[in-house]
Unconditional design. Structure first.
Length: 269
């Protein structure tokens, strides 16, 4: 699952999995799809296979296990069965399987280590290409170990609070993943009022022709620093706009100054 500088991972969390968007993604050179066993009411894998099976060879696919109908669980047997089911439903082994928000099960060190060992074992057995962890809120995980996952996925972008940002960076340092991916660069919606309140283009170098959406998306590569960003859209023109954003460079100096502002505003505990 190697990605290149800031590449787009098309995330399917909010998606109806429309075929035109998957076709456009392949045409635009988007090389990764990110899904999860529970997306599309637990039908994402099956729908991808039945409605877009011919397009899937264009993509590396990451999926996630941990949300089972009705509950979150890190039970080793259920995780292993979840990986096997993902491969069956997709009609091929996923390129990576990630633990989905393990913090929801409030794991201690042993529970998390066992869950990671299940996924690492599944990758070794050829049930998936690699393994990793995806965490919406990594703060409860900072003192635990998940040694050297292939992928660590964390929230990224201008809406991520300083505590979550720093927790993500702490587990990057501690776990030493091969790849770090950002997720949810718009916090789930590019239409929220917050996006009208400032101009994210200040985070780019030479941003004259960039749109605000492109600048917000591109900034998510630097907060924290990630190799790729999982972003959702069911709109072909929006996807084209996101891919176009890769032409712009994040201004590290501005990111640095923004980090200092975030730190200065930290609430005393
Ligand atoms: N814990 C986890 O594992 C976890 C949690 C959250 C997210 N994720 C991953 O991250 C991916 C993205 O997260 P997300 O969907 O929550 O949030 P997001 O990517 O921040 O926001 C998605 C929304 O942004 C809009 N959008 C995208 N490009 C746009 C553009 N060019 N112009 C206007 N609007 C645009 C989309 O609307 P349109 O459809 O109208 O374009 C969509 O509703 C997920 O699909 C998933 O792969 C993982």
């Amino acid at each position: 699952m190697r990605t290149t500088d800031g590449s787009v991972v098309l995330g399917l969390y909010r998606s109806g999995h429309p075929r035109d968007v998957l076709e456009a993604a392949a045409d635009l050179g988007v090389a990764h799809l990110d899904t999860a066993s529970n997306y599309l009411r637990h039908r994402s894998h099956e729908v991808l296979k039945t409605q877009a099976g011919d397009l899937l060879p264009n993509f590396a696919i990451s999926t996630k296990v941990g949300y089972f109908p009705g509950e979150h669980s890190l039970d080793p047997a259920r995780l292993r069965a979840g990986v096997e089911r993902a491969a069956k439903e997709l009609g091929r082994e996923p390129d990576a399987v990630l633990l989905h928000n393990p913090e929801h099960s409030q794991p201690d060190a042993e529970m998390l280590a066992q869950a990671c060992a299940v996924l690492a074992g599944a990758a070794q057995a050829g049930l998936c290409g690699g393994w990793g962890v995806s965490s919406w809120d990594p703060r409860p995980l900072v003192d635990l170990d998940a040694p050297c996952p292939d992928v660590l996925m964390v929230r990224s972008g201008l809406l991520v609070g300083v505590d979550v940002l720093e927790a993500a960076e702490a587990i990057v340092t501690r776990w030493r993943p091969s790849q770090v991916w950002g997720m949810s660069p718009f916090g789930g919606s590019a239409n929220e009022a917050v996006w009208g309140k400032f101009d994210p283009r200040i985070f780019l170098r030479d941003a004259l022709s960039a749109t605000r959406v492109q600048a917000a998306f591109r900034s998510a590569c630097g907060l924290p620093r990630v190799d790729a960003v999982a972003v959702g859209t069911d709109n072909v023109e929006h996807l084209r706009e996101l891919v176009g954003a890769l032409a712009y460079e994040v201004d590290d100096q501005v990111v640095q100054e923004y980090r200092q502002l975030l730190q200065a505003r930290r609430q005393p505990v």
